[in-house]
Design a protein around this ligand. Sequence first.
Ligand code: M7G
Length: 201
Amino acid sequence: VKHQLQNPWTLWFTKPPSGKQDWNELLKEVISFDSVEEFWGIYNNITPASELAQKSDYHLFKKGVRPEWEDLQNKQGGRWAYTFKGGKNANDDVWLHIMLAAIGETLEEENDNEVMGVVVNIRKGFWRVGLWTRSAGQAPKKGAAGANQDTDKADSKNRLERIGKRFKAVLQLPDNEQVEFSGHADSAHQGSSRAKAKFSV
Ligand code: M7G
C-alpha cells in the first residue's frame, strides 16, 4: 500500500563551490516523490546531512518550484530561519522533523497556501534550517484585482506568524528562542541570505 502525500515533492542538492561557480551551477535536482514510502526509501539511501561537506544544502520543495529567490512562485516570498549547533544525530533529527512536517502538511492550515519548501544549510560551525513561504507580509501590487492594500498585508503577516509558530513547535524551541523572517527580495538585494529580519516569533 502506498500512502499518498497531499503534494508531490522534489529534493534538490547544492554542492559546495570548488572555485568560482555560480549558484546556478551548484544547484541540482535529485528526485521527486509523492508517497510516504518513497520518502523513506530516499531518506534511507541518501547521504545524511551530517555527512555533507560545509557549504552544502538540501532543499525539499513542492514539485514545480525551484528552490531559488528568482522562481516566479518565490519572488514575492520569504523565509523563516533558525540557526543552531548541535551533535550530528540531533542535527539530522531536526532536519528530518522539518521534512516530515513539510510533506505531512502540518506547517500551515489547509487554505494558507504559503509553504513552498524547506532547506538545510550546512555551514562552518552551524546549521540553518529555513521554511520558504509564498508571501512576505507585503502589500499586494496597487490596483491588483480584488486587492486591499491594508487588509491583505495584515492577512499575510498573520498567516506567516502562525506558520512561524508552527515551525518553532516542530523545532521544539522554548519561548525565549526566536525564529526570524526575511523577504527574498531583501536577501537578493543584499546578495546574501543574511538579510535583516523583518519580524520574528
Ligand atoms: P545562503 O546559502 O542562503 O547563505 O546564501 P550563507 O550566506 O549562509 O551561505 C549564500 C549565497 O548563495 C548567496 O549570497 C547567493 O550568492 C547564493 N544564493 C543563495 N540562494 C538561496 C540563492 C537564490 O535563491 N538565488 C541566487 N541567485 N543565489 C542564491
